[in-house]
Design a protein. Structure first.
Length: 408
């Protein structure tokens, strides 16, 4: 799958060179900023191990405090990740709530296996396995890749039962053209796996610094055929240090014809190493509080800015603007602000994150505070951002993933 950045010509075809991905995600209810590097074979450029701990506290006292610990270890054959979430129990002490363990094994230069186990706690506080996800990917020198991913849950007797199976095949159709077909199966009433969903995604090089993409999603019908229910298409363009992704989402309208129902425009830019900006504008024909007239309206804008000072301190600011369902005609208004500060220390970094939301009177107030520490070194981020990481076809990353829901 194409992972953003430029597609450079090599020989008679196109070689896909991924760049560093700048990921803006959620850790608990705070903002988490991570730099993830991908190489052509899915291996990390350097071997390292680290751990971090973050405490999440609701300043209003309406939500139980939690503590999240993440660890990452690498070895010559792969890596292991663990994420543990604890919640405040009786007596003011943290108690285990959920855990996720992930192991990545590089069998050889073309095969990677990943197994992820998710645990929860039963009423007696004992650790209980609730889900297992396994994947195995095989690649070939010609650019083809075959990935099988299964998800299993234990039954009443503790035996694992497959609830989802995903098979993805990627190949290059020609110079600058790559296609991925994915089929998802789930058990029928007899327990046999049957196909229920299929996606076909194609990415085509357009000029030196642009890629066109199109993804069709279909559902199985009662006659054994496939009915397309969604189409995503758009372009990704790289202009110097700025990357722009435009995506249209088409769905059947009342007449059964495909029409644009949503549109997203994302922009990422880097003025210098450590100084990044990102904006995502979301349009839809369905605006809360307004009649659906079939026209696209801007309903949300999310902006994120990261700056790095000479002392190594990094500040990430995120602002969410949305329409008010009670007064949709007034345009966008700020509904949330998040600020994360990462300070380098002698043995790693110290992190502080605050979240502000608007109350019933229209005033912004702090509702969540995260504080944490990590023994990782200060983040190093490539000056060129990378958007549009392909979804669902690969599982080669070594970042710990929190699949369990946050406790309330």
């Amino acid at each position: 799958m194409w992972r953003g950045g430029k597609l450079k010509h090599k020989g008679c075809g196109w070689k896909f060179f991924p760049l560093v991905t700048l990921t803006f995600g959620l850790l608990g209810s705070g903002v988490s900023l991570r730099a993830q590097s991908n190489s052509d074979d899915g291996q990390s450029n350097s071997t390292q191990s680290w751990s971090s701990t973050t405490e999440q506290r609701d300043s209003t006292g309406s939500t139980n405090p939690t503590r999240t610990t993440i660890s990452h270890k690498e070895n010559k054959n792969g890596s292991s990740d663990k994420q543990t979430t604890e919640r405040m129990g009786d007596g003011g002490r943290y108690q285990p709530y959920s855990e996720t363990e992930k192991e990545t094994v590089r069998v050889n230069s073309t095969t990677t296996k990943v197994i992820e186990r998710t645990f929860a706690r039963d009423p007696n506080g004992n650790r209980q396995l609730i889900q297992v996800t396994q994947s195995e990917s095989h690649s070939s020198p010609g650019g083809e890749e075959h990935v099988v991913r299964t998800t299993s849950n234990p039954d009443a007797n503790g035996r694992l039962q497959t609830i989802r199976r995903e098979v993805a095949d990627s190949k290059q159709l020609g110079p600058g053209v790559q296609e991925t077909k994915t089929t998802v199966s789930s058990p029928d009433t007899s327990g046999s796996l049957i196909p229920i969903q299929r996606t076909v995604e194609r990415q085509t090089q357009s000029g030196e610094n642009a890629v066109k993409f199109r993804k069709e999603t279909s559902a199985a019908d009662l006659n054994g055929g496939w009915q397309t229910n969604e189409i995503r298409e758009g372009t990704i363009k790289q202009n110097g240090t700025e990357q722009v992704k435009e995506e249209n989402i088409l769905r059947p309208n009342a007449d059964g014809q495909f029409a644009v129902a949503e549109r997203t425009v994302s922009r990422e830019a880097a003025s210098s190493p450590g100084n990044q900006s990102r904006s995502v504008e979301s349009y839809s024909t369905n605006t809360p509080g307004m009649a659906d007239e079939g026209r696209l309206s801007l309903n949300q804008r999310v902006t994120t800015q990261q700056s790095k000072g000479p002392d190594g301190r990094e500040v990430t600011r995120r602002q969410v603007q949305q329409r008010n369902a009670g007064n949709p005609g007034n345009g966008l208004g700020t509904t949330e602000q998040r600020v994360e500060v990462v300070r380098p220390g002698a043995n790693g970094t110290l992190q502080t994150s605050t979240v502000q939301t608007r109350d019933a009177n229209g005033n912004m107030g702090v509702v969540w505070v995260d504080m944490g520490k990590s023994d990782k070194s200060t983040l190093q981020v490539n000056a060129v951002p990378d958007d549009a990481k392909a979804k669902g076809s690969k599982d080669k990353g070594t970042e710990a993933k929190g699949s369990a829901a946050s406790p309330k």
